[in-house]
Write a protein that binds this ligand. Structure first.
Ligand SMILES: *Cc1c(COP(=O)(O)O)cnc(C)c1O
Ligand code: SF4
Length: 436
């Protein structure tokens, strides 16, 4: 394979053409050369993108909750000639002109994860599974990140919660150990691409040692944004393989969960990484986020689904974009999500067809987008029940204001409008609505 065939784009025409192939394919070099400050972005793009793009991003960054971090591989995957509409750029580098005022029901921690935390770094919402947040850093930072309250560097708008570290895991492990109903542990963050191999092993073995833990998922976006991690970081890769193999011997599953949103991200280099994982018997599932201007059309979603299937990644979920600071422009209304789901279902194998999910604000958990029991089209409200979380409560999702008729939009935006609407509809207990 030629170098271009590996990447899926011609690097000689890219931003890092003067760097060697060996460097470019090395995970460490990618990390070290990641763009994390606007000045670096400006320098890298000096000859490629108009200055107006960089200044739009500089201004955009002042309004959002997520800092920037993008490695050379992803920087080159962006079509900088069409930066304004590019679906990769849009996910990671916010431009002021595309941002929209937040929905009045927006909250920094929209899923109320901090309210369902029995031990530091642990979210226990469903009866038999927990979310273990083991780090607050990632190889790249996504603008729509649900956990921007904790993940990434501080921004002008958001001071992040404490950074977790391996020293802080003991209490969470003890909680899992002493709760036999917990069968399933999602190891996430942040991203385990940023964990040391020794910590992956220590954590993986500690979890496998707990008899009632049957399933472990390691969450990492590196399959999509840093595939070289699986090809050049031998110590890290073998740590995952070691835990997965021991799991297999114990008849427990150790899977990798990853995060692709656009078909262009499924490059030949990703295939190479997947061949390695597949040959070690490690299954990978994908959790995509439905993002306006990135993947909110049937053709893109079907192509993404089919390309993932071809590299043996199972499309698991397509999430609605959560209501977090500075993400209103990404959000899609529930009826549109339903339309897209109908288009995707049937396009390929059923087991490779993702479930379209609304992660209900207020901590209701993941609900099938079609399953709402209450709907108000005028104000764009969908109500979901979630008996396994709380049988007595309805959880509400709010469509983006842009999609509502002008009158309803103005009512939402008026001072006190939110309370007036919710009270008039008589549907919400005050605590059901995420407060700012
Ligand atoms: C998403 C999530 C899980 C895992 O849910 P699945 O539907 O099994 O993928 C577990 N705990 C929390 C808090 C979550 O948000
Ligand atoms: S990789 Fe995941 S946790 Fe990290 S910024 Fe992106 S969405 Fe958030």
């Amino acid at each position: 394979m030629s170098f271009m065939d590996y990447l899926g784009f011609d690097r000689s025409a890219g931003l890092y053409a003067s760097n060697s192939q060996e460097d470019f394919l090395n995970h460490n070099w990618q990390d070290k050369n990641s763009v994390i400050r606007i000045e670096q972005l400006e320098a890298v793009l000096r000859d490629t993108a108009p200055a107006s793009i960089v200044s739009e991003i500089r201004d955009g960054l002042k309004k959002v909750g997520m800092s920037i971090r993008l490695n050379p591989y992803m920087m080159d995957l962006i079509d900088w000639r069409n930066a304004e509409t590019d679906p990769i750029r849009r996910q990671f580098l916010p431009m002021l002109s595309e941002l929209e005022p937040d929905h009045p029901c927006m909250s920094v921690d929209s899923l109320e994860e901090r309210n369902t935390s029995p031990a530091p770094n642990l979210v226990h919402r469903y009866p038999d599974k927990v979310l273990f947040l083991v780090t607050s850093v990632c190889p790249v930072y996504c603008q729509y990140c649900t956990r921007s309250y904790a993940v990434g560097q501080d921004t002008e708008k958001v001071r992040k919660d404490n950074v977790t570290s391996a020293n802080g895991w003991a209490a969470a492990l003890e909680y899992i150990r002493s709760n036999p109903t917990i069968e399933d542990v999602v190891v996430s963050g942040g991203d385990i691409a940023r964990l040391k191999p020794a910590n992956i092993k220590a954590l993986g073995h500690a979890l496998l040692d707990i008899e009632h833990v049957r399933r472990i998922r390691f969450a990492t976006k590196s399959v999509s944004v840093l595939p070289m991690k699986f090809l050049t970081d031998e110590a890290w890769f073998s740590a995952i393989v070691e835990v997965a193999q021991r799991g297999r011997q114990m008849f427990k599953s150790v899977f990798v969960h990853t995060h692709f949103n656009h078909p262009r991200e499924v490059t030949p280099l990703v295939e190479k990484a997947m061949r390695r994982l597949f040959s070690e018997g490690i299954h990978v599932r994908n959790q995509a986020v439905l993002l306006r201007g990135v993947n909110d059309d049937p053709e893109t979603l079907i192509e993404l689904t089919k390309k993932l299937g071809r590299v043996n990644i199972q499309p698991y979920y397509v999430y609605s974009c959560d209501m977090v600071l500075g993400t209103e422009h990404f959000r899609v209304r529930v009826p549109e999500m339903q339309r897209l789901e109908r288009e995707v279902r049937g396009a390929t194998a059923g087991f490779n067809t993702p479930l379209f999910i609304v992660d209900a604000p207020g901590g209701g958990g993941k609900r099938d987008v079609h399953s709402y029991e209450y709907r108000d089209d005028k104000y764009g409200i969908s109500g979901y029940r979630s008996p396994s979380v709380d049988p007595n409560r309805m959880f509400y999702h709010f469509d983006p204001l842009r999609e509502l008729e002008a009158g309803a939009r103005a009512e939402w935006r008026a001072p006190g409008g939110r309370e007036a609407i919710l009270q008039r509809l008589g549907i919400l207990r005050p605590e059901s609505v995420a407060a700012e």
